[in-house]
Design a protein around this ligand. Sequence first.
Ligand code: ZN
Length: 316
Amino acid sequence: MARVLYLGGLGRSGTTLVERLLGELPSVCALGEIVHLWQRDILDNERCGCGARFSVCTFWKRVGQQAFGGWGNVDVARVHALRDVVERTRHIPRLAAAQLSAAQRADVREYADYYARVYAAAAEVSGAAVVIDSSKHSALAHVLRWADDVDLRVVHVVRDARGVAYSWTKTVTRPESDGSDEMTRYSPGRSAMLWNAHNAAFGLLARRGVAVRRIRYEQFLSDPRAALRGLAEYVGVPVTDADLGFLGEGYADLKVGHSAAGNPMRFTIGRLPLRRDDAWVRSLPSGQRRLVGAVCAPMLRAYGYPLNPAALPQEA
Ligand SMILES: [Zn+2]
């Protein structure tokens, strides 16, 4: 059974950064956002984190062979059909129930099995004790709860809703599409609603007995070394000082990874500055800041975020 660290949270909360740093630890293999593997990699042959097209990346070729006897044997239309039936945000209340009907259970298990096979094969090919799926979606985490052959440990990354909202207003090009495609943008009101819904869904998952460790993006960056130690312990792969040698004062030195899909940071090789992105404090218009603060106030408070940005710790 593969041990899976599932990185969850609303997009633009820092999950890719957390994944890249965790992926540097021995016995950990970061896979990227597996939820997008079916379309973007198997069908569209986008680029792996190593720079190669998915179909020619040696790592993923071996994983596909091991998991399915080759990626060509995966019925992607079936995966997408199952996804529509089981893995949508609106299905979360049903997935979070104590029991599923026999028919629902069969669909959920069949869908989860595609993921379980990828995880097990990636663990075997890489030799890692833990694989990371940074798919983020709360619905997929709720699906994986029903898988028999996945040892699921969720890390729920939260970031100040106003920082998330500001990030969603910015234009980011997807380099894997060779510049022709941009990442989705949301209005601050929309991302505030999504922030509430997705974060609440991870709280619900924890109440259903799944191992969920919540971390704050801002806290993670204030002491990445301690944060990584804590997470490594949580997934059962304790690390030594030498294992954390890739971390310097305010930066990390990253090796090549094989993230299949996700934020453009998955392509970074070499020195990555570790600096908290607080641009929203200066750049998010005050009306939008107040709107997001009001919509998200109960959970911002619950997570320990001050509602008044003036009370935020200043950057050194
Ligand atoms: Zn690769």
